[in-house]
Ligand binder design. Sequence first.
Ligand code: NDP
Length: 250
Amino acid sequence: MSSTDLSGRVVAVTGASSGIGEATALAAAAAGASVSLAARRLDRIQGIAERINADGGRAVAIETDVADEASANAFVTNTREVLGGLDVLVNNAGVMLLGAVTGANTDEWRQMINVNCLGLLYCCHAALPVMGEGGGGHIINVASVAGRRASLGSAVYNMTKYGVVGFSEGLRQEALHAGVRVTVVEPGWVETELLDHNTNEFVQQSAAKLKEKVGKVLESVDIANAIVYIAGQPDHVNISEVMVVPTRQS
Ligand code: NDP
């Protein structure tokens, strides 16, 4: 648990229905922030929001498909209306559909590009004017080690995450004039549902072998704690890039 104080801040988290996003919403709420949770699975985010509210926090669940521009816009607008502002946007929603480029199902490419890249762009686009009006803010983009190192079978996912890393630094340089900080977080292997969406047996087998080698991988809360720490820095400090990996991941 982090000792960072986020009280009085509004934190919006995409992909908050499971894994890193869920843990981030809970950690931000535990640090005192009001939290808005976005994802397509409304029942899940409602359950998490109810937990936060029952524990004395303040949270709202907003059904959102970030790949749909109107839906991403509505997430930001509703967050501001319901919680009274927007201080921190955590762009965490993502999909990782691995496999060879040759013979790939190109629907999977579109899904990754639409969620990991366009979804993140839509949320930033909607959030920047709101943060500007509020005198500043903080955008935290969840990329991956896959945005720094490419690997076999991951080419298109690599492309989306390299994109997030490059975009984040470009946006940081643009947004600093409005007092908006930008951070890119690059997790290594975290135990979540992310891999489960891969139907390719080869991918599952390779992952199982790799996991044997790495041993204990990260838990979602490890990344959530890093995000809360980053968000809790004083206004003049922008931690622009952080890579967090399991100790034994090469
Ligand atoms: P999960 O699969 O547990 O979480 C993914 C989240 O993204 C879910 O809440 C899902 O919600 C949401 N999501 C997917 N598509 C959409 C959409 N169209 N609109 C809104 N939300 C969407 O995986 P993780 O927690 O691991 O992933 C979170 C982020 O971390 C991703 O960006 C991933 O690339 C990144 N990452 C993960 C690593 C890992 O090892 N786990 C390593 C490096 C980076 P729903 O389906 O309800 O919409």
